[in-house]
Design a protein around this ligand. Structure first.
Ligand SMILES: Cc1cc2nc3c(=O)[nH]c(=O)nc-3n(C[C@H](O)[C@H](O)[C@H](O)COP(=O)(O)OP(=O)(O)OC[C@H]3O[C@@H](n4cnc5c(N)ncnc54)[C@H](O)[C@@H]3O)c2cc1C
Ligand code: FES
Length: 281
């Protein structure tokens, strides 16, 4: 884990509330793995904010974040040429099992941030399908030109099949990322998820047999194969954090193995190990 000051190479709003920042951080870029995160100082706030690595290669890393409150609002105002203080890379990353075959990534909202990095790292070696669900067309995300220009490995995303879905049907498929992804699971070898708590709870309910998921067009039932894939899927959790390094227990969650800290034991967990019913958001 490193503490460093990184120069901001690029900062732009890529959606109404979504900011892309590309930072010069060679020591993090050289060792970070998909699924890991950094703690970022936002203005003068005492607590740093956790943000996933969205892309990394060469000397650079990229962050993609939604302006959710005071910290991310302050960070969004940091312009090109200024610096930010970071700690990272933190947490464990996604694991890539040796099985071959289709990989399905299910991203709800800002869950796209870490899953893009994973998709880029798997593309070329696997058939990768990335399903991104957002509320409406204005929240859709397309890889910004500046990211392609400044972070070379992002090119690999051209080999990823990218499906978009909107809750209101204003663009892409009508429905949530989960609804669109479920029919793809029958042919999948591995699944990764990152998204809002509601998406994970819905996936858990589906896998537990507590109801079919009704898609806009049809009803999908959980087959034993789908259940097995969801239970063994990897999920990246976004809970409130304090220290980010295992010292304060602010991020502790219930798992089948007892309470675990998202910052040091996660943020990536086996989906079936998380006790979803008992997680407070
Ligand atoms: C490991 C990890 C990786 C993350 N990666 C990203 C990312 O790549 N992009 C991104 O946009 N966000 C990410 N988040 C969420 C991000 O950390 C929060 O949105 C941010 O800390 C909010 O800070 P704030 O000061 O702007 O808002 P605050 O004023 O602190 O809170 C504003 C609102 O955001 C909610 N919130 C606060 N912290 C979190 C949190 N940790 N997770 C979810 N909701 C929160 C609060 O409940 C409140 O409703 C990640 C969180 C974790 C734990
Ligand atoms: S945030 Fe302090 S222990 Fe995880």
């Amino acid at each position: 884990m490193l503490q460093l000051t990184a120069a901001v190479r690029h900062s732009e709003f890529v959606g109404p509330e979504t900011v892309l920042q590309v930072l010069d951080a060679p020591s993090i870029a050289s060792q970070v793995r998909p699924g890991q995160f950094v703690m970022v100082r936002c203005g003068g706030l005492p607590l740093r904010r956790p943000l996933s690595i969205h892309a990394a290669s060469g000397d650079r890393i990229a962050l993609l974040f939604r302006v959710a409150g005071t910290g991310t609002e302050l960070l969004s105002r940091v312009e090109q040429g200024c610096t930010v203080e970071l700690t990272g890379p933190l947490g464990n990353g996604y694991t890539v099992p040796s099985v071959t075959g289709r990989v399905v990534l299910v991203a709800g909202g800002m869950g796209i941030a870490p899953l893009c990095f994973l998709a880029a790292s798997l593309a070329g070696r696997r058939e990768v399908i990335l399903v991104h669900g957002v509320r409406c067309s204005r929240d859709l995300y397309q890889i910004p030109a500046a990211l392609r220009e400044l972070v070379q490995d992002v090119e690999a995303l051209d080999n990823v099949k990218w499906l978009q879905a909107t809750d209101d049907g204003s663009a892409g498929a009508f429905g949530s990322a989960l609804e669109v992804a479920l029919p793809l699971l029958e042919e999948a070898a591995q699944v990764y998820l990152c998204g809002p708590h509601g998406m994970c709870v819905a996936a858990h309910g589906f896998a537990s047999g507590n109801g079919d998921i009704t898609h806009q067009l049809s009803s999908v039932s959980c087959s034993p194969r789908m259940r097995e894939l969801l239970v063994s899927a990897e999920v990246s959790l976004e809970v409130r954090m304090g220290c980010g390094v295992g010292a304060c227990y602010a991020c502790s969650i219930p798992t089948l193995q007892g309470r675990r800290k998202v910052c040091t034991d996660g943020p990536v967990f086996r989906f079936g190990d998380v006790v979803w019913e008992d997680i407070c958001t």
